[in-house]
Design a protein around this ligand. Structure first.
Ligand code: BG6
Length: 479
């Protein structure tokens, strides 16, 4: 019973983002993205402002400019994914490869050709692409000229971009995600939304209005995509972070609700096609008045085919947070939970939280789910092995094993799940800190935080572990 718990066509694989691994930041006509001018990563340091970290021009210390050079090594890397048995590979299209400034009327053919080549290579091995349209890589010109998603103009530019790639790849790509971690625009407005205004000058009104623009753009892309190919499966992608009440004080449970509703707002609108009632009260009490264009209400009714999400950690919440130790994790944070251990970067590890998240989403929407990010960022040590350099990453295997066992529990609970892609199956540059030493991969990449390294690829111990998980469709997790 336990052994056959994963559905027959379950999509096992890994997930990446163009700006974190392609490199080739200015090759074949690519324009700059917001990532090319944030050498230290995209998360504002604690309460501080991100802007001091933004440079006028790309600087040599920005590891993302070269990434791990997937742009030139995609054949070798895809062969390794195929060796692990991947059924799906999540990648993003770098918007600024297709529209270098974001507001042109004609796309850049060389950029389009690159993704044709990548999709063809994946097809050789029967690997299904899962494509994110916008993964923290808004064209820089749109940030500078329009203030990113603070401007309604971006809806039109995004629609043109989406239409272009949907049309071009309509026979090569079936699964699409509109915005990576769409709820993160409230917390990391420059990285997530290309909003150049300093964080401390942004009001809640500004942030929720920008979020509204993305939500309308997402629904519009969903509509356009289904018109171009009715077989497309288009999903939203949210950052999932469940919260526990710190005590059984009812006020702590209310704090949990407030925290979680901020995130559910995004999946609710994508799945139900309208703003939920609970947010109206929040908007009123915070003097937020979303400006709707006449067509917005109708556009939002274009709901998604599935809900996808990233899951790394959970937090605790309380009505009196000042009485506890808090920390930041994946973009957001909360109170440290004394029952949980944390990663080297302070992200609290909680496999059971994944089962809970899956159940929450499924109970709420009865739509298929897709876990499109999960994994452990850790420092690895390269050692000599019988077949060459390797990493004995038992800690990574342990993390993934425990999370996948909970996925199995959720499947037994009745959740419908399309697939699971681990974050960074090959080491890549971290989004929050722009380090390479924060590694997630099954494949080690010889590149260091100071930019040194040969870029050679080596299989870690987890490579064969994941290969076995996929080959047995999850049964080996329960041996
Ligand atoms: C998610 C992002 O927030 O977490 C990824 O979608 C990111 O882009 C991943 O890389 C892990 O975060 P980090 O900061 O460790 O790279």
């Amino acid at each position: 019973m336990t052994k056959n718990i994963f559905p027959k066509n379950f999509l096992w694989g890994g997930a990446t983002a163009a700006n974190q691994f392609e490199g080739a930041y200015n090759v074949d006509g690519k324009g700059l993205s917001v990532q090319d001018v944030t050498p230290q990563g995209g998360i504002p340091a604690q309460e501080g402002d991100l802007n001091p970290l933004i440079t006028e021009e790309p600087t040599k210390d920005n590891l993302k400019l070269e990434g791990i050079d997937f742009y030139h090594r995609y054949k070798e890397d895809i062969a390794l994914f195929a060796e692990m048995g991947f059924k799906v590979f999540r990648l993003s299209i770098a918007w600024s490869r297709i529209f270098p400034n974001g507001d042109e009327t004609e796309p850049n053919e060389a950029g389009l050709q690159f993704y044709d080549d990548v999709f063809d290579e994946l097809a050789k091995y029967g690997i299904e692409p899962l494509v994110t349209l916008s993964h923290y890589e808004t064209p820089l010109h749109l940030a500078r000229q329009y203030n990113g998603w603070a401007s309604r103009d971006l809806i039109g530019f995004y629609e043109r971009y989406a239409r272009t790639v949907f049309t071009r790849y309509k026979d090569k790509v079936k699964y699409w995600l509109t915005f990576n971690e769409v709820n993160s625009v409230l917390h990391a407005p420059f990285m997530s939304g290309g909003i150049a205004t300093p964080v401390e000058e942004l009001s809640k009104q500004d942030l929720y209005q920008a979020a509204h623009h993305e939500l309308v753009a997402s629904a519009l892309a969903t509509k356009v995509g289904h018109e171009i190919n009715p077989d497309f499966k288009i999903g939203c992608m949210v950052l999932a972070m469940p919260a526990y009440p710190m005590t059984s004080n009812p006020l702590d449970q209310l704090a949990v609700r407030d925290f979680e509703n901020q995130n559910y707002l995004f999946s609710d609108i994508h799945a139900r096609g309208k703003y939920p009632n609970y947010i109206k009260r929040y908007f009123e009490e915070n003097n937020i008045e979303i400006q709707f264009a006449p067509e917005d209400e109708e556009i939002l009714k274009n709901t998604v085919d599935f809900i996808s999400f990233s899951y790394y950690m959970s937090v605790a919440q309380a009505h009196d947070p000042e009485n506890y130790n808090s920390g930041r994790g994946n973009i957001m944070g909360g109170i440290n939970n004394p029952y949980l251990e944390a990663s080297e970067w302070g992200w609290q590890i909680d496999p059971v939280g994944l089962r809970l998240v899956l159940n929450h989403f499924y109970d709420r929407y009865q739509l298929p789910l897709f876990i499109v990010e999960n994994g452990l960022g850790a420092k690895d040590v390269l050692v000599d092995g019988p077949n060459g350099p390797t990493v004995e990453d038992d800690y990574r295997i342990d993390y993934l094993q425990k999370h996948l066992v909970q996925v199995g529990e959720a499947l037994k609970d009745g959740v419908e799940l399309l697939g699971y892609t681990t974050w960074g199956p090959i080491d890549l540059v971290s989004a929050s800190t722009a380090q390479l030493s924060k590694r997630y991969g099954f494949i080690y990449v010889d590149r260091n935080d100071d930019g040194s390294g040969s870029l050679a690829r080596y299989k870690k111990k987890s490579f064969n572990w994941y290969k076995e998980v996929i080959a047995t469709n999850g049964a080996s997790l329960f041996d």
